[in-house]
Design a protein around this ligand. Structure first.
Ligand SMILES: NC(=O)c1ccc[n+]([C@@H]2O[C@H](COP(=O)([O-])OP(=O)(O)OC[C@H]3O[C@@H](n4cnc5c(N)ncnc54)[C@H](OP(=O)(O)O)[C@@H]3O)[C@@H](O)[C@H]2O)c1
Length: 218
């Protein structure tokens, strides 16, 4: 059993991840910023915890995650407002890394996206640009820590049923298949239980390789 904190606990991926973890005996705390979301979180078997990470200091975040074994960052501003995108997807994410180090929560799993990085290729006048920049900065900051990190890089997210199979050789392309959020949740759960995923990026879309095999180093 592990104690796992999910930041962005009412997100679509997070609400699929929490029941997988609680079903296997993990103790899950899901951080939400809206008290009305607590009931949905409770239904997953997780314990809701109210904290707006956009406005919380690293010390405040550290105080609520202390004692956990692992943290999953699955929060996001959802695009739209560039300031909020930088504030959540970059700055709050980086504060959670500092908090994880301060609170000695060694394992950290980031939900990023396929193609994230300094060479994301998104034009400055594209509305996606702040998100691409924010995720590139947050992922780079995580890789530079001494945390036991994994960066998940799913392609375009869908609400399709889980298939249990992914393509770990996926690269960014216009004709990528989608990536089921339910598969992302399964990948996150598998990664949390697989030490061989520490210190690695895991790019993927839906595909044919069973998740337990696909997350291992090739
Ligand atoms: N959309 C795509 O195609 C795509 C592709 C690849 C990767 N991704 C990444 O995958 C992540 C997870 O996807 P998803 O579909 O689960 O996203 P989602 O449903 O939008 O969930 C994001 C969650 O973050 C929460 N959040 C936002 N600001 C917060 C704050 N200040 N404090 C605490 N929580 C906060 C939101 O809470 P509220 O409900 O209160 O706003 C929301 O529940 C995304 O954030 C994105 O970075 C997305």
């Amino acid at each position: 059993m592990s104690k796992i904190v999910i930041i962005g606990g009412h997100g679509k991926v997070a609400l699929l991840l929490a029941p997988i973890l609680t079903a296997r005996g993990d103790e899950v705390t899901s951080i939400v910023r809206n008290a009305e979301h607590a009931v949905d979180v409770t239904e997953t078997g997780a314990t809701p915890l109210l904290l707006d990470v956009e406005h919380a200091s690293a010390a405040e975040i550290a105080a609520v995650i202390r004692g956990a074994d692992a943290l999953v960052f699955s929060a996001g501003a959802g695009g739209g407002d560039p300031d909020r995108t930088y504030a959540v997807d970059r700055d709050a994410a980086i504060r959670t890394m500092q908090a994880a180090r301060d609170a000695e929560v060694r394992r950290y799993v980031m939900v990023s996206y396929l193609g994230a990085g300094p060479d994301h290729g998104v034009a400055e006048d594209d509305s996606f640009f702040p998100y691409a920049e924010a995720k590139a900065a947050a992922d780079a900051a995580l890789r530079a820590t001494d945390l036991e990190w994994t960066v998940l890089m799913p392609g375009r997210l869908t609400l399709d049923e889980p298939t249990g199979g992914i393509d770990p050789t996926a690269v960014r392309a216009a004709d990528n298949p989608g990536t089921s959020r339910a598969n992302v949740a399964q990948v996150a759960a598998a990664v949390l239980a697989e030490p061989a995923t520490v210190g690695r990026d895991i790019p993927f879309t839906d595909g044919d390789v069973p998740i337990a095999e696909a997350i291992l180093p090739r």
